[in-house]
Design a protein around this ligand. Structure first.
Ligand code: AMP
Length: 450
């Protein structure tokens, strides 16, 4: 058995871990913490939910305090790059939590919020910057941040960064860093393109890996219910009225779909919030906060927005629509059963989604248990239709770019779904293929150091 105490982490870190009640490191932490403390580069295959953030944050904080330096204006000692605002906020929160007994400053950088606040934060110099690539480049171009002092670079969710079209931004950023540095590279998957990127940026890395993505599925109790698309609202209402549900994360494939689900639930008297790329940063933060503090038990999310959502106690993940990329299913259901807890995942599968279900079952190498429609389902459908007829008219829905593309990608006759990852939508709702310069993409905002 390995304990955190065995690593010899700085005392303030041990105290912060004790406050959190963490005594035993997770497998990725056991593999990564000692070599990162020694200053080695890391190439890690791990997804969120494995304890990956602490696996790099703890030894980084340890190294930064073991070698204290004067903060230089417009400079940072460590840079963490992540693909989405939510993930950036969450990583920064981990640094702040683990480093709470240290005198290190942590700043977030992502688009969608005014840049002057971020510039002010940089003017004092920072120890750790956690950023999405686009806004980081904006700050650099404005002369508000210089990367020459960076000692440690982390690339988190590298596969997602590539999918979201951040490769040009990444190359530019890495080109501005000192060659002499420590680099920690994490990705949920390691396809060829990611491997090449890793080999370019890493020097003699220690390779660490935790269970492949598909096996997360083993810890989650999964079920599928076959249902007509038009009757999904009634089924969702029935499922959500189950008292066993503490917190449910409902996945919609599109942003407009997510808004529609929230509206229909509201009409039926069930409080829900949506989180997706069309929501402003304050709206997202408010939705997430009320989900976390329990005032709202149902959060409806799209895949991209759900990245980085780390809420303990998600008892149920409901796939209102099945994802057409099977790996997304594993990622979605991994939002429950985090850090060892058990969770339940229920998928709603319409006739034209059966090919998606087959792909998912192939990936997870298991058949998902089929549940019958609840006994009171017919009555619920009639009731839901009545409520909808009585509800005020819905705002006209113009499908956004994401939605149009999504529909276009659906297989016409149940064929194999398209898998072009570039078709995904960036955190800011822009299309996946970047222009030469990806603007503030995905990035935005500042959540201040301490
Ligand atoms: P991550 O994979 O970094 O997103 O972490 C997933 C969740 O596990 C977060 O809520 C962490 O706070 C939690 N966590 C990380 N390390 C540990 C640990 N050693 N023991 C218990 N929980 C942990």
């Amino acid at each position: 058995m390995t304990y955190f105490a065995d690593f010899g982490l700085a005392e303030p870190l041990s105290r912060a871990l004790a406050d959190k009640g963490y005594t035993e490191p997770t497998p990725i932490q056991i593999q990564a913490i000692p070599p990162v403390m020694e200053g080695r580069d890391i190439c890690g295959i791990a997804q969120t939910g494995t304890g990956k953030t602490a696996a790099f944050a703890l030894p980084m904080l340890h190294r930064l305090t073991a070698n204290p330096k004067h903060r230089l204006k417009y400079a940072t000692r460590a840079l963490v790059l992540a693909p989405t605002r939510e993930l950036v906020s969450q990583i920064a929160q981990s640094f702040t939590d683990y480093g709470k007994y240290m005198k290190l400053s942590v700043t977030t950088v992502f688009g969608g919020v005014p840049i002057p606040r971020q510039e002010r934060a940089m003017s004092h110099g920072v120890d750790v910057v956690v950023a999405t690539p686009g806004r980081l480049l904006d700050l650099i171009e404005r002369g508000s941040l210089d990367l020459k002092q960076v000692e440690i670079l982390v690339l988190d969710e590298a596969d997602q960064m590539l999918d979201l079209g951040f490769i040009h931004d990444l190359r530019r950023i890495v080109g501005l860093l000192p060659r002499q540095r420590q680099t920690l590279f994490f990705s949920a998957t390691m396809p060829k393109a990611i491997e090449e990127l890793a080999s370019r940026y890493l020097t003699n890395p220690v390779k660490v890996a935790v269970k492949p993505a598909a096996t997360t599925a083993e810890r989650v109790d999964q079920a599928v219910i076959h249902v007509n698309q038009s009757e999904k609202p009634a089924l969702l209402q029935l499922v959500l009225r189950d008292k066993a549900i503490d917190r449910a994360l409902v996945f919609s494939r599109t942003k407009h779909g997510a808004d529609r689900i929230v509206r229909q639930l509201g009409n039926a008297g069930i409080v829900a919030e949506a989180i997706h790329g069309n929501k402003s940063q304050p709206q997202r933060e408010r939705a997430l906060a009320s989900f976390k503090n329990g005032t709202c038990k149902v959060l409806v999310a799209t895949d991209i927005a759900a990245r980085g959502i780390d809420v303990t106690g998600v008892s149920h993940v409901i796939n209102y629509e099945l994802p057409n990329v099977p790996e997304s299913y594993v990622h979605r259901i991994g939002r429950t059963a985090r850090a060892g807890a058990d969770g339940q995942a229920i998928a709603f599968c319409a006739e034209d989604e059966r090919p998606f279900l087959r792909d998912i079952e192939k990936l997870i190498r298991q058949k998902i248990t089929v549940l019958a429609l609840p006994a009171d389902f017919r009555a619920a459908v009639v009731a839901a239709q009545k409520v909808e007829r009585a509800a005020p008219p819905a705002p006209r829905e113009e499908p956004g770019r994401e939605d149009r593309r999504d529909f276009a990608r659906r297989p016409a006759g149940g064929g194999r779904p398209g898998r072009d990852p570039r078709a995904q939508v960036r955190a800011d709702g822009r299309s996946g293929r970047p222009p030469a310069r990806a603007g503030g993409g995905g990035g935005g905002g500042y959540r201040g150091g301490r």
